[in-house]
Design a protein around this ligand. Sequence first.
Ligand code: CUA
Length: 181
Amino acid sequence: MSPSAEHAIVRSELRWTVVVIAAVSLIMLAVIFAAVAMHINPPSNVERIDPQTLHLSAEFTESDLGTRVEANGQVTARIVATQFAFVPRCIVLPANRPVTLRFATPDVIHGILVTGTNVNTMVVPGYVSQVHTVFRTTGDLLMPCHEYCGLGHSEMMATVRVVPREAFRPGPDGRVSCADK
Ligand code: CUA
């Protein structure tokens, strides 16, 4: 091969190296921009829970499920996703106030989304799935299971009842349920 042909190949390779570096840099910048400016991050909450003793655990016993206002004012809803229902089937949350949703499952992988919002997570046996959000609109929002979990999957759904801040009145125990509304 003549030296000039070899030079042409080297130049072509260097040009493509520049193209690849530019493409990778662009992707990295997009990831950093999404994380810093738009707060889009992979889930960071890794919390384990034994699916077999979920119902005996500190927070997912049946009597502790649903919405509760903690002593520090934090609003937390705890929901168990199970074949083929959510417990409870309806949760009440206030609009325009930070809320935390916590999910766990004793059986198989489920998934949830709240219609019309960006709330969307998998619910995996062995882990607690946690979502922080602020609901901007009031009304009954449908929360279906979005991960095929068996024959009753299509029947598996719950309601997120978002009420105006002033209509969100916890009882003396800090709890609010759909039966109160
Ligand atoms: Cu639970 Cu599909």
